[in-house]
Write a protein that binds this ligand. Structure first.
Ligand code: GZL
Length: 360
């Protein structure tokens, strides 16, 4: 074979090798190994930017997990996640970044209700639909967001206060002998606004005493610090209204370190704790009878948000507001049901089996 022919043969082999290896590279780039054994080829993913409040509580961690599991490539979604560490300016920054990245949808879990008009207007100008989850936004024009998914915080508070009213009646405790401290959530958050105002209206209606209302940002350590001070200032306290489970855990620590007892019987000098979220950590304390009532705030909103995005994207009808289902769990059977908007609302007596079966 002449030298010339040998050279052409070599170049041809080299070119073929390059084409083959690039081909393999391209093929593997198109395959997304997401779940073991299931191979995904490049599909036309929807890109969704999700601005989450932070990771301040067990509830928030469960909420993030639920949303990440549902807004996944398995469901045709490419998720860009941002944790704002409970700072509104970080959320606004994240939304502006999503706009620059030309995402298809923005999901926002707002840390507080106000201050969103401008940035949601920018998303609107960029033609990017926004879905609000968990807490609400207080904006001049509610067409700035497509839909909202979350809890009815006023209803959660109403359930807690109707339960406390029924409890006091069954224990023959006079309303003026109910002495409450309110360990509040992040001031300005819809959950805090709903839970605080529900307690204030009930206390006014039933004649209870609210000795103090102090924010603890839904955090366990802050709640312990706040409750330690409140026990010193108000030794007559006999009910602690904690606006989430992590605050209830901190409250229990403070009570026990002070030598008093968190329990279910005020008439025996125990301090009654009412909490919200019904996380695993909180319900464990209900089982130990250290939290008397835990009103669920369901963080498992991922599938609802996924379905909403699919409906919006396919031009189908969808609800503007979707409320998630929630229960209330008690440590004993003092109160097994309450009258809520003229119908019976069952209070679930918590058992180990019920706790075992729960998803979060
Ligand atoms: C309620 C949510 C609250 C939870 C807290 O939907 O906004 O924020 O009750 C969480 O645990 O931090």
């Amino acid at each position: 074979m002449t030298d010339n022919k040998k050279r052409i043969k070599k170049i041809t082999a080299y070119v073929l090798a390059c084409v083959f290896s690039f081909g393999m590279l391209f093929l593997s780039a198109c395959q997304k190994e997401e779940k073991p054994g299931v191979v995904y080829y490049d599909v036309d993913y929807l890109t969704v930017g999700f601005s989450q409040v932070g990771a301040e509580s067990d509830w928030r961690v469960a909420n993030t997990e639920s949303i990440k599991n549902s807004l996944s490539r398995y469901n045709g979604i490419d998720l860009i996640f941002d944790d704002a560490q409970q700072k509104q300016d970080k959320q606004i920054l994240a939304i502006r970044k999503f706009i620059q990245q030309e995402v298809d949808y923005i999901v926002l879990a707002p840390v507080t209700e106000t201050g969103w008009d401008t940035v949601l207007g920018e998303a609107g100008e960029a033609g990017i639909p926004v879905i609000i989850v968990d807490r609400k936004v207080d904006v001049k024009d509610d067409s700035l967001y497509k839909a909202w998914v979350g809890s009815d915080f006023a209803r959660e508070s109403e359930i807690a206060c109707l339960w406390l009213k029924a409890y006091a009646d069954r224990k023959h405790i006079r309303p003026e002998d109910i002495n409450i401290v309110d360990i509040q959530g992040t001031l300005g958050a819809t959950a805090q606004i709903g839970r605080t105002s529900g307690l204030e209206s009930a206390s006014y209606e039933y004649g209870w005493n609210i000795l103090a209302s102090v924010p603890a940002d839904y955090a366990q350590s802050k709640a312990e610090e706040v409750m330690t001070d409140l026990l010193r200032r108000y030794p007559e306290v006999n009910v602690v209204y904690c606006e989430n489970d992590n605050e209830a855990l901190g409250t229990i620590d403070a009570i026990e370190k002070s030598g008093r007892k968190a329990g279910t019987d005020i008439t025996k000098g125990e301090i009654l704790i009412i909490s919200f979220d019904a996380t695993h950590a909180g319900l464990t304390k209900v089982l130990e009878k250290k939290i008397a009532l835990d009103v669920e705030c369901n963080p498992l909103q991922g599938e609802t948000i996924r379905d909403l995005i699919k409906s919006v994207d396919s031009g189908e009808e969808f609800p503007k507001y979707t409320y998630v289902e929630e229960k209330a769990f008690s440590a004993d059977e003092t109160v097994s049901s309450i009258k809520l908007s003229d119908s019976d609302y069952e209070i679930t007596l918590l058992t180990g089996e019920i706790l075992e079966e729960r998803q979060y």
